[in-house]
Write a protein that binds this ligand. Structure first.
Ligand SMILES: [Zn+2]
Ligand SMILES: [Zn+2]
Ligand SMILES: [Zn+2]
Length: 161
């Protein structure tokens, strides 16, 4: 298999990678081509990935990348604000890009694992109201609704109560 890391590096116009590089430099950490590849792969992937999903995608491009490197890189990406780490109740940490993404919340199917994103202005402003009433300054929030997606309700009507 052709390894992308054996090729010349691409044009340095990937902003998120540059952002990570600045962060790494501040932390006294090296910016490696493996890390850059992981970041590019992650940002190009859809939705909410766990480390195994991401590792498979990265290895399709460069088979020698280890799970530990992917894991550490995702921790760094989360720390520098390019990724959100989220646990949707199944014990797996999933990551999604926080780069140029608007805020959104999630519906999580506990049977098939489907994750649906939604935004609702009324819910958002109600949350602000609640916070104000309690004199609370909100910096971030996550709203996750757990249950059965439409497909799983058809497949498993007994679970529907
Ligand atoms: Zn929200
Ligand atoms: Zn489902
Ligand atoms: Zn999402």
């Amino acid at each position: 298999m052709k390894d992308v890391l054996d090729q010349e590096p691409g044009e340095p116009d990937e902003k998120p990678v540059a952002l990570l590089q600045r962060y790494l430099a501040r932390q006294g950490l090296k910016s490696t081509r493996q890390r850059a590849l992981i970041v590019e792969t992650f940002l190009a992937a859809p939705g909410h990935l766990d480390v195994d999903d991401l590792l498979a995608r990265v290895r399709a491009r460069s088979p020698r990348v280890s799970a530990a490197t992917v894991y550490r890189t995702m921790k760094l990406l989360t720390a520098c604000g390019l990724a959100h780490a989220q646990n949707f109740g199944d014990g797996h940490t999933r990551y999604e890009s926080a780069f140029r993404r608007e805020h959104h919340d999630h519906l999580v199917c506990t049977v098939c694992g489907t994750i649906v994103e939604f935004e609702n202005d009324r819910i958002e402003s109600l949350q602000d109201q609640v916070a104000r009433r309690h004199g609370f300054l909100v910096r971030d929030h996550r709203l996750e609704l757990y249950g059965l997606c439409a497909d799983c309700q058809v497949r498993a009507p007994a679970e529907r109560q």
